[in-house]
Design a protein around this ligand. Sequence first.
Ligand code: SF4
Ligand code: SF4
Length: 198
Amino acid sequence: MLEHYIAYLNFLTGRLTRFFDKQKPYIFCKKGCGLCCQNAQFPYSQIEFEYLMKGFEKLDSLFQEKVTQNIKNIIEAKNNFTGEKFKYNCPFLVDNVCSVYEYRGIVCRAFGLMNLGENGGKEMPFCCFKGLNYSNIMEGKYISAPKYRELGVSEPPLAFNVSYDFLTDAAFEKLFDFKFGDKMPMIDWFIKSKKMSD
Ligand code: SF4
Ligand code: SF4
């Protein structure tokens, strides 16, 4: 099953690489940014979580200890949380770098592009409003044609259907012959599986 999922990931990586290349003038992602790995929920399907744990197993013992401690701290914070939507920094973010980059989830791979919403609307990544992706062509909340022309780009920036729901659609399960399984926030997988939470 994992082999088939990896085949899907290879397909997805090819597509996303092309999308990011097309948007190069507007993309500011770089190693050490890590802003999108913080203060979120990180949806993960069962197979993504299994693959993520393969990445954890490959880490050296020092990194494993750091990640394990991060997970324990997050679970404790979640147990004490009384609000509506618990958010946290990803436990795999160590010194602002993803420690399991090759094994990261689908949401991590697609984040940073402009998403084409269901009604055809364009959804900017939140970091657009923090001076990062697409911020160089924005005028307030809107894309500015003069600004992207100033960059020497003749066409408007493109939005792609890169929502988590679409990228984990049953059509891909059928095409690559695997199942995503249940989906839930990453930290809930650790709680449910009791991995590193005891
Ligand atoms: S998507 Fe945005 S927040 Fe995430 S690494 Fe790229 S620039 Fe940074
Ligand atoms: S798995 Fe890696 S890329 Fe994904 S949120 Fe965590 S640190 Fe960021």
